[in-house]
Design a protein around this ligand. Structure first.
Ligand code: SAM
Length: 256
């Protein structure tokens, strides 16, 4: 494992509920209610090293994973979470070299996971209608050093998709059913369509549109994730949970 450099992002881990993503700078302090950490002290140490705050609390300096970046992302929009992104990546079946169209970019959380999956040979073409959201997404993707694999496109994806013969189209926006005909035009034969929607009404319209176009294997799922408290005589699902994020509809394009 490489050593921490000035300018690197690190995740400072205190416990499972308290983690902070910070940029390492000599002379800069990161303040928490457990005292401050001298960020310059991390320079030259291997990732995973302990660092003690001014009040004696032990933190660990971890290399940020893509899932850390997704959870800590600067955001102006709702973002997709690892629970749904993991399933999407499996369904989309993308790997290095894949060409993927995404809309909308939002805060770029899904974009980062997609880019990490297709690098170094592939490319993500990500459409976003709102330039302010796109600017935030660009910052997040640049911070993750993934911009080389992403083309951010400003525009309304309901008006069309410029790319052709792509491996996958993935949508997280309010009106995916309007984009289905454009996805059909853009996808290569056998290419994968996926859409994330919070409501059943959106799912019904999207599935109806897929059935009017050359798509097969249409399937909709909802993923429910429960964290488990593990402690002597108290091991059981946690009382509080995220009850609903959205439904994921997937399908495969065929040639007629
Ligand atoms: C829920 S957010 C996407 C979040 C993103 N998946 C993430 O993980 O950060 C939906 C985004 O779609 C964008 N959007 C809505 N309609 C659009 C359209 N017709 N064309 C392009 N982007 C659109 C919105 O501006 C918003 O940023």
């Amino acid at each position: 494992m490489s050593a921490i450099d000035e300018g690197d992002d690190v995740v400072l881990y205190l416990d499972n509920r308290r983690t902070y993503m910070v940029r390492v700078e000599a002379g800069k302090q990161f303040h928490t209610h457990k005292g401050f950490v001298e960020l310059g002290d991390l320079i030259g140490k291997p990732f995973g090293s302990p660092v003690v705050s001014s009040l004696g609390a032990s933190f660990y300096a971890l290399r940020p994973l893509i899932r850390d970046r997704i959870i800590k992302t600067e955001r102006r929009t709702q973002v997709l979470y690892p629970k749904d992104i993991g399933y999407l990546l499996q369904q989309l079946d993308i790997s290095s070299g894949s060409r993927v169209v995404e809309a909308g970019t939002g805060s770029g959380a899904l974009t980062m996971a997609l880019a990490d999956s297709v690098r170094p040979e592939g490319r993500i073409y990500s459409y976003e209608i709102n330039p302010a959201f796109q600017a935030v997404a660009r910052g997040n993707i640049e911070r993750a050093s993934l911009m080389a694999y992403v083309e951010l496109k400003e525009g309304d994806v309901t008006e069309g998709i410029e790319e052709k013969n792509v491996d996958a189209v993935v949508l997280d926006l309010a009106t995916p059913w309007i984009v289905v005909p454009h996805a059909s035009d853009a996808l290569a034969g056998g290419g994968i369509f996926a859409s994330f929607s919070p409501t059943i009404e959106q799912v019904m319209k999207t599935v109806a549109a897929l059935r009017e176009h050359p798509f097969i294997e249409v399937d909709t799922v909802e993923l429910i994730l429960r964290h488990i408290t593990v402690a002597e005589n108290r091991t059981r699902p946690q009382t509080q949970m995220l009850g609903h994020s959205g439904y994921i509809t997937t399908s495969r394009k065929i040639l007629k």
